[in-house]
Design a protein. Structure first.
Length: 256
């Protein structure tokens, strides 16, 4: 007889009168006990964070909630203009723009740090950082998580994240390495290229042992909150129609 296929998940299950998440009863053990960040941590690590992990992880999520009228929030607002009956569609449209340039560079930074050569006995991280920078130069690729097109001279979120990491004990090898990489890349380019927020966040994901493949997910979780806020503002004080009409007018002015 053919083998019967089985399907399995260890995350959660429901019955007519219960919901269980990672072995915990949702109403009695999770609701009112875990905050949003702690719940996200549980989903990613299969355990509840301790006090220091909770503080660090929540700070990481809050970092990415808001950054003003970015491409993702503009797309969300314009989508909402066209389909105000589909809030979720507007949120999804905004989240689709989180990639290697905006927010998603956390993933690239974490992958880079995980794949960096292991230090030999007596070898400092500066040597490792030099190897990483040289490899990116050889491949003609942009180093993720360093410099910033707008925030000069330093992304103001980065120093605060480093401070919290120091206070919670997450200032380890990876956090040092991303800063060394940024320093060496800046020396070779002849300009300051400090680690930005996503670079620091990528390092902190590594410090927490998170799989680099889900690091972009932190940005998705966080920015979804911010986009919902922008859509509420758009519903109350619309700007999308004005942005659309002004952009169309300027872009086609030469045709008139």
């Amino acid at each position: 007889m053919p083998k019967t296929e089985t399907y399995r998940t260890d995350i959660a299950s429901s019955t007519p009168d219960s919901i269980t998440v990672f072995g915990r009863d949702l109403p009695s053990e999770i609701l009112g006990t875990l905050n949003f960040g702690d719940m996200a941590f549980l989903e990613l690590t299969l355990r509840v964070p301790d006090e220091k992990e909770s503080r660090m992880f929540n700070a990481m999520l809050v970092t990415l909630v808001e950054h003003g009228l970015t491409p993702s929030t503009l797309v969300a607002r314009l989508t909402y203009l066209g389909a105000p009956e589909s809030l979720q569609g507007a949120v999804a449209a905004g989240l689709n723009g989180l990639g290697s340039v905006f927010v998603g560079s956390t993933e690239g930074a974490a992958k880079m740090l995980y794949e960096a050569p292991e230090a030999l006995e007596g070898e400092d991280l500066r040597k490792i950082a030099e190897q990483v920078v040289e490899q990116f130069e050889l491949e003609k690729k942009q180093i993720p998580g360093i410099g910033h097109p707008f925030h000069k001279p330093v992304d103001p979120r980065a120093p605060r994240l480093i401070q919290i990491a120091q206070e919670t004990g997450f200032d380890g090898r990876y956090l040092t390495l991303i800063q060394e990489i940024a320093h060496i890349a800046g020396e070779r380019k002849g300009r300051d290229l400090p680690a930005n927020a996503t670079g620091i966040l990528g390092a902190l994901c590594c410090e927490m042992g998170l799989d680099w493949k889900i690091c972009r997910g932190l940005g998705v979780m966080a920015r979804a909150v911010g986009i919902v806020g922008h859509l509420l503002e758009e519903a109350r004080e619309p700007i999308a129609r004005k942005l659309w009409l002004e952009t169309e007018a300027r872009a086609t002015e030469h045709l008139r």
